[in-house]
Each structure stands twice: as C-alpha cells, then as structure tokens.
Ligand binder design. Structure first.
Ligand SMILES: *Cc1c(COP(=O)(O)O)cnc(C)c1O
Length: 388
C-alpha cells in the first residue's frame, strides 16, 4: 500500500472481485434481461475507467453516463460496448457524441429537430433512445407528445431509434403505488408505439429499486447503479451476496496524550472527558469527507470503533482512542470493514442527512484509488497507463 501516488496517506480501495460478484448476482437475478451499468459521476465515485473495464469483463451489455465528457473518456480507454448518454444534449456536443460513437437521448420535439438539423449537415446517422416522461418531471417527452416525436424520428434518415426509456421518481418509497403506475403508463406506451415495429427496440425503465422489487419493470434492459455498487439499502434476500466494494483508509499521521478537559480542533467543539489519546488522520472535507461528520462519525482501528473528536478540518481530523495505543503510520478504516466492525456509506450518509450516492460522488481526485483483483492491485494511474 506504500506505493500510492506521491505516497499519499489517505486512499480509496475498490475490491473489483466483489464488484464483479455483484454484477454476476444481478445478472443471475434478472435472467435474460440486458444489464446496463450506470457509470456516471466517476462510476459513483468508484473510478470511471477501472470500473467500466471490470464491468465489461463481467459481461454487462451496456454502459450509461450522464454526459459526453464521460462517454468520451470511456471510448478513449478502449471500451467498445454500447454507451448511452442519459443527460440532455446541447448543440455543441453533437459532433463529439457522433465522433465517439455514443448513443444519446432525445427528450423533446425541439431536441429532435435540433439534432436532426446538425446530423443532416454532418451527413451522419446516429443511434438514439427516446426518453418518455412517466412522472419524474425532469426530462422526457410527455405521453401525449410521444406519437408525433416518434413520427418525426422515423421521418429522418439520420436517426436510428434503438431504444425507448423512462425513469422512476418514487421507487425508493416501497409504500408508494406511483412506481406501478409509471410501469403501467410506460408499458401502455410501448405496446401502442413500439411493440408493432419491425425492428427490435430496447425498452428500459428499471433502476436499482426496480430491479430489486419490480420484476414487471425489467422489459428488455435494466439500469441499476447503486445496487451493483453494493450500497442499495434494502437488498432483497435473493441478492444477499451483494456487498459494497468501496473502502476509505488512511495512515495515522499523529498521536499524543491529551489531559482531561482540553478542547480539540477548530471551535473546541470536543472536550476530552478524561486523560486520553488523540490521533490525527490525514483526511478532511478537502477530500470530500464531510465537515458535518464532526463529532458524529467513527473510524475503525484494529477491529474497534472510535469516535471522531471535534471539527473535521480541510485536510485532517482527530479521533479519541481513549486508553488504547496507536502507531504513527498504522492504517485505519474510515469506510469499510475491519474485523467484525463495518462502517457503511449508508451510515455516513445518514449522519450527514443525505444518501449514499452523494457521499460516494463527493470524494475527489486528491484521494488516489487502488483496485484489487485476483492477481494484483493497481493504482488508478497505473491502470490508465495499462489500458491505453
Ligand atoms: C442514475 C440513473 C440510474 C441508476 O439509478 P440507481 O438508483 O443508482 O439504480 C438509472 N437511470 C437513470 C436515468 C439514471 O439517471
């Protein structure tokens, strides 16, 4: 672990063996349905290229990203499977989308016309997915307008319609009937406009919640993200082998005895209750470890939990380890397992009053990422050299 770039003393570890197990579990669960893995936002903070390469090895059928930039990085890394760009397309991006052989989304009549004009000028044929809004009210063609947009797409030789999709708004509320309504509306749409066509069109709507609890939402392809990364909070029994593959670790930077009654860190928001040992961890909100975790979160050392003491600084925070001992340079776990103890991303999210997704996406590039496989462990930078 000492060969991290610049010997950096805090890092993210990704267990690609577990990640691939998660993919295989989901594949087994969904049967013949295609699996499209969302790798937007740096693969939910796990690192875009290594995750995408591992996903391809594990047999995912499709990748989806939010924007051209992410799709272009994947193509530059040599990834050849279909990639769908989910986000709204802007005029300036169309030639780049075509250049990188990305499939993209038509979400309105206006966009359809704009894209058609540019593609005709460039004399290119593009593969598109039509997005239908079934109740998210984010992007997507309304059900009422869908027939007209499909007719327009069909009238343009520059378009090859390869998919239609929609997105759930309420699937994380297992009590809500809204997801079933969305499925019904989307299925009615596909039966009216898609099923009778000569050419097969990929219909897809399910995200993680859909995969976990709405088998009638599978259709031709599913797009589970957080479930495959192992952080879905209500994993059904049949998917129990799915586990997180993300660990955050650091080396102890400093250790000292502090007498009873001393204030710790900015604002002295923690006072030592007794004579105690305080250690310093070289990680802070400048890395994406939230300041709102001050005095709330824990870390693990030698299989035991210890509380964060006081305010989290930009680059460091302190931990009260009581009467226990610690060596400078020893590794502690901030997220992940150590012995029988585990700190999950969900636990951290809850403490910050947010969801696992936002915590994962918040870790930035100051933290190097290392990838463990059966054969070796590669740092992201080595991985990149390797894959180009
Ligand atoms: C992010 C996203 C997904 C994946 O969502 P999860 O909740 O991580 O499964 C699927 N579809 C679309 C359109 C998305 O934006």
């Amino acid at each position: 672990m000492n060969n991290s770039p610049f010997g950096h003393p805090a890092w993210i570890e990704i267990d690609l063996i577990q990640f691939k197990k998660n993919i295989l579990k989901v594949k087994e669960y969904i049967g013949q349905t295609w699996l499209c893995l969302p790798v937007k936002a740096n693969a939910y903070g796990h690192g875009l290229i290594p995750i995408a390469l591992a996903a391809c090895e594990a047999g995912v059928d499709y990748l989806c990203v939010s924007c051209l930039q992410e799709g272009a990085l994947l193509r530059r890394a040599g990834i050849q499977i279909p990639i769908l760009v989910l986000g709204a397309i802007h005029q300036d991006q169309i030639s780049g989308l075509i250049h990188h052989n990305l499939e993209f989304t038509i979400d309105s009549a206006f966009k359809a016309k704009m894209i058609a004009d540019i593609c005709q000028q460039l004399r290119k044929v593009v593969k598109v997915h039509l997005e239908i809004d079934t109740g998210m009210q984010r992007t997507g063609v309304s059900i009422e307008a869908a027939a007209e947009v499909i007719a327009f797409i069909d009238s343009c030789p520059c378009f090859e319609l390869v998919g239609v999709y929609s997105h759930f708004a309420m699937v994380d509320d297992l009590e809500s009937s809204f997801t079933s309504q969305q499925i019904q509306v989307f299925k009615k749409f596909t039966e009216s406009y898609i099923a009778k066509r000569d050419k097969k069109i990929i219909c897809h709507i399910a995200n993680s919640g859909g995969v976990a609890y709405f088998p009638d939402s599978y259709m031709d392809m599913v797009r589970p993200g957080i479930l495959v990364f192992g952080h879905y909070s209500h994993i059904p029994q049949a998917l129990k082998g799915i586990q997180p593959c993300f660990m955050l670790r650091a080396k102890i930077a400093y250790s000292k005895l502090v007498p009873k009654g001393e204030g710790i860190s900015y604002g002295h928001r923690y006072t030592t209750p007794v004579n105690t040992r305080i250690i310093t961890i070289p990680l802070g909100y400048g890395d994406g470890f939230r300041r709102s975790l001050s005095n709330k979160a824990h870390i693990l050392m030698k299989g035991k939990r210890y509380p964060i003491a006081g305010t989290i600084c930009m680059d460091q925070f302190m931990v009260d380890i009581g009467q226990d001992s610690a060596q400078i340079g020893d590794t502690v776990t901030i997220i992940g397992q150590d012995g029988r103890e585990e700190i999950t991303v969900n636990e951290i999210g809850m403490l910050c009053d947010t969801i696992s997704y936002e915590i994962l996406c918040g870790f930035n590039s100051r933290l190097p990422r290392v990838y463990h496989t059966e054969n070796n462990s590669l740092w992201e930078n080595e991985y990149l050299d390797f894959s180009f």
